[in-house]
Ligand binder design. Structure first.
Ligand code: 13P
Length: 332
């Protein structure tokens, strides 16, 4: 058993307080491998942004939990080495059981999400409360994110064909009864690169899909009921058209890709939304650059030369998000 403080990590409590009062959102970037982690830490150290490193249960299986834990420890040391001691959270994304959350808490995570959104309301309350009681009773308080409302889309082990929006009239009771530190809500975002069906969108003159706007009315109704309480937005990749086009130019097929426009995320980050989850954009940037290198230099077979440009692009992407979308730059 190890506590996150021994790894140099922090929980989300103080970070969320500052983000809510400062009108910005913390980046929550998913990672599974070395290059992604390097890019996240380089971008966040350079832009002086706190960061939440997100690990899904799929990532844990893929990369090995011991390796991931030690990578997070290494990330703290690496940020120091880069001259910026940014606060780093290690967070379980979409924990689906008490046992998984407990295991993560006992192996160095400073924050966990328990996603009971697919259960009935009462089952969700009971499961979330059980995780909160365990996490908060630790000597080093581990923060817990719960979820109300269902996001559509596919993400690692989590998938749902249909979404339903968070019902504002439930949030007060949920937060009070469970004791969660933050709440993920559903206002129209979804996981993956195809966030809306083409028939839900309009098209610009170039044929690019324009998605329907997020339901800011629901967000505002939620904020009224739990003023200042930290809200989390999942499924918040913008799915940049440049990356989709680059993937397709070099042989990929990513039809009907559509994400959340950046100006809507900026608006959300100014509100009580204090954590914005981004995974798909990183996957797209990596895939685009890997395809480009492989297509342009067919005799290249050194993985560092293939993955290096992808890592550089990822770093640029994350720095851009911190500075221009989330507003988390220069908050350390
Ligand atoms: P995206 O698929 O939009 O990147 O969402 C990721 C996410 O919400 C992780 O929990």
């Amino acid at each position: 058993m190890i506590s996150y403080t021994e790894l140099g990590l922090v929980n989300t409590v103080e970070l969320f307080k500052k983000a809510v009062s400062g009108g910005y959102a913390l980046p929550a970037y998913n990672f599974n491998n070395l290059e992604q982690l390097q890019a996240i830490i380089q971008a966040c150290a350079e832009t002086k942004s706190p960061v939440i490193l997100q690990v899904s249960s799929g990532a844990r299986k893929y990369a090995n939990q011991n390796l991931l834990k030690n990578m997070a420890k290494g990330a703290v040391e690496y940020a120091n080495e880069l001259g910026c001691n940014v606060p780093i959270v290690l967070h379980l994304d979409h924990g689906d059981s008490f046992e998984l959350c407990k295991d993560c808490i006992e192996t160095g995570f400073s924050s966990v999400m328990i996603d009971g959104s697919h259960y009935s309301y009462e089952e969700n309350v009971a499961l979330t409360k059980k995780v909160v009681e365990f996490a908060h009773s630790r000597k080093d308080y581990v923060s817990v994110e719960g979820e109300l409302g269902v996001l559509a889309g596919v993400e690692d082990d989590v998938s749902s064909e249909h979404s339903h929006y968070t019902q504002p009239e439930e949030v007060e009771d949920f937060v009070k009864r469970t004791g969660v530190d933050s709440l993920a809500i559903s206002i129209g975002t979804s996981h993956g690169r195809t966030k809306f069906k083409p028939e839900q969108c309009t098209r610009d003159p170039n044929g690019v899909l324009i998605p329907p706007p997020l339901r800011f009315d629901i967000l505002e109704a939620i904020e009224k009921r739990i003023p200042g309480f930290p809200i989390v937005l999942h499924g918040a990749s913008s799915v940049p058209v440049e990356y989709v086009q680059m993937v397709e130019k070099y042989g990929g097929k990513l039809s009907d890709s559509v994400g959340i426009p950046e100006e809507q995320l900026r608006r959300a980050a100014n509100s009580a939304v204090c954590k914005i989850n981004i995974d798909s954009d990183g996957r797209l940037a990596m895939t685009a650059l890997i395809r480009k290198v492989l297509a342009e230099i067919p005799d290249e077979f050194d993985p560092r030369k293939i993955l290096g440009p992808a890592r550089e692009e990822l770093k640029k992407l994350y720095a851009h998000k911190n500075i221009n979308v989330l507003g988390s730059a220069n908050r350390v």
